[in-house]
Design a protein around this ligand. Sequence first.
Ligand code: F6P
Length: 384
Amino acid sequence: MNPVKKEKKPSKRKKRPEQTRKIGRVSILTGGGDCPGLNAVIRGFVRASTNIYGWKVFGIKDGFDGLLNNKFVELSEADVGGLQLRGGTILGTSNRGNPLHYPIKKGGIIVFKDVTSSIIKNIKKKKLDVVVAVGGDGTMKITQSLREKGINVIGVPKTIDNDLGVTDVTFGYNSAVACATDALDKLHTTAESHHRVLVLEVMGRDCGWIALEAGIAGGADVILIPEIPFNLDVVCKHIHKRKLAGKKFSIVIVSEGAYPEGGDKVYVKPPGPDGTPGRLGGLANWVSERISYSTGLETRVAVLGHLQRGGTPTTFDRILATRFGVEAANLIAEGKFGKMVCLKGREIKSADIKEAIKELKHVDPNGQTVKTAEALGVSMGRPD
Ligand code: F6P
């Protein structure tokens, strides 16, 4: 007789975590401007939803437009294979057509209407238990309004601008900073060869995170951000001083939303009278012409534009986006609707969406990162 008790074989069935309510059909959309990492979130969410919880997952196409016009696609585990490295979003997105302020042609003119009731009808018709919205502050505002109308929602924060509150960082931002830093490295060599001032314009809307961090990483001599209205004399004197010290080239990085003291932001298309947001752009040219006039140095401009939003996410963004996607599924299982996943230190946590949209997360003009730049001898366009 064998005295050793036979060990029980572990069951091959995956144990599902406790769910607080019955969920069967979940959905995900990507809203607003795209950024690297959106597909990694989709992959993380679909895999966790199907592998761990056994839910049916529906992708909603083209952001909220897909909810308005019933554009759904069922997503299986296999459909999201290898997506962690693909830029863009397989679901499509849109940063126009806000359902809270939706443009409708009436008698030859455009009028704006809140169309969220049609969206809610479609969510119910499709029997979706939850909508996961991956987006920036615009998307989160719409998501919160759906929450207030009784829809189960979860938010996932994305944007290259890194301007969303509550989370330490949004995914997409790290990839954009890497892109801008790479551009600065390249501009450095040509600026040096030709003894020129090279002005690089980066995105970021009303927040200067990309310019500030890429500026530090890429060794810019001047960094202009929206949080510190700049003084052009200070900028030109700084460049002139470098010239006198034998440094015949300079690198300037400007955030598209920066503006001179007492002046205005520069737009390609100004904000509309109906509240439609404007398109920033053109500051680098404005700054470059004035530097050239004032210092006598030859200047050139590079505008990075949508390169910052395209292509493969960095390793950091892939991991963050994947963790966000998986956590979105966990929050659904716990019934924590109205929450947005976020990064706090090294931990993935969650917070109320309404907290995240209270105010934009600006660069602190007197914070550590700005002080670090100034300690290096970088001009932030303000007097010493
Ligand atoms: O919010 C992301 C962002 O890339 C901003 O940095 C930029 O101002 C804006 O979107 C550009 O939007 P669009 O894709 O409409 O040109």
